[in-house]
Design a protein. Structure first.
Length: 303
């Protein structure tokens, strides 16, 4: 199986204090990671495969620049019409023992994608998909769901829609490095942008979000180009590995090499858990990732 050498990823400035504290304290128990889902939204263009990236405020375990996503919520357990693989099938695909937990991750992935981009992987039956997500009513629904004032399952019921889980593809499972003050156990998925649906930022919360050519971002990842274009005080002057997590950067690299979205989605990936390791290299705290490229890279657990 092809492999790549050990990779080192720079820490963003806001994580350096936590890294130093982790080593100073010595052996300690890491914080428990919260389960989360994230979706690599794809589309083809003349310049190559593109993915939707967005800026996140604060210090999200998904990265300052990340794919749409977030943590699981209690309402993700609520009943919804379901089209596609069963929760048991999803558990097998995700390498999980608990079908209910697998179901939560799938629901959260579709919900977060809808909240953050407006793209809704849902339809009235197993072979039909929502044709348009435009209009103020859809934005109002997104704002209400994101604020916890409205229920995603209730929105689906009111619109007569069921989740098209067959339009998601499992990618990989990454855990935040042990030293971090906020940790996620993230299941990454991929989906192609549906015809007729457009992406838009969440009203009142979205600061920056754009479709980006994967090959271009992979090529200039060691420059500050993307961070400067996002133009926020905590992105200007930073390289891509300082702005995002290793999982996202490795997925962008893999997407850049794929011959289109279909080829990327067809790539088989192992059901394993990946986790970067905090180490000291050349006198600096960095994240070490070692492994094979079957899952856009793998990481070692531990300190």
């Amino acid at each position: 199986m092809p492999s790549f050498p050990t990779r080192y990823f720079q820490l963003p400035p806001w994580q350096e204090a936590a890294a130093e504290s982790w080593f100073e304290r010595g052996e300690t128990a890491p914080r428990k990671p919260r389960p989360a889902s994230s979706v690599l939204l794809l589309r083809d263009s003349r310049e190559g495969a593109e993915t939707f990236l967005r800026y996140r405020t604060g210090e999200s375990p998904l990265g300052k620049i990340a794919f749409p996503g977030g943590s699981l919520e209690p309402a993700d357990d609520d009943p919804v019409p379901w089209y596609g693989p069963s929760p048991s099938d999803w558990a097998k695909a995700l390498g999980m023992d608990d079908p209910q937990q697998a179901r939560r991750h799938v629901v959260a992935a579709i919900r977060e994608l809808f909240e953050e981009t407006g793209v809704l992987l849902a339809g009235p039956d197993a072979s039909t998909l929502l044709e348009s997500n435009r209009g103020p009513d859809w934005m109002a629904a997104r704002v209400g769901i994101a604020a916890g004032e409205k229920s995603f399952p209730e929105l689906l019921a009111r619109r007569g829609l069921g989740l098209r889980t067959d339009l998601l593809r499992p990618l990989s499972n990454w855990r935040t490095a042990d030293f971090a003050l906020r940790r996620f156990d993230t299941r990454y998925f991929a989906a192609v942008q549906p015809i007729g649906q457009e992406t838009s930022l969440l009203e009142g919360k979205g600061i920056w979000g754009e479709w980006r050519i994967a090959a271009r971002e992979a090529e200039r990842q060691n420059t500050t180009g993307l961070g400067d274009e996002v133009g926020q005080p905590d992105t200007v002057g930073l390289t891509l590995d300082q702005l995002t997590v290793p999982a996202v950067l490795l997925m962008i690299e893999k997407l850049a090499k794929a011959r289109g979205c279909i080829a990327y989605l067809a790539h088989r990936r192992p059901t394993a858990v990946y986790q970067p390791e905090l180490v000291v290299a050349d006198g600096k705290y960095v994240l070490q990732v070692t492994g094979n490229d079957a899952a856009e890279g793998s990481g070692q657990r531990g300190r």
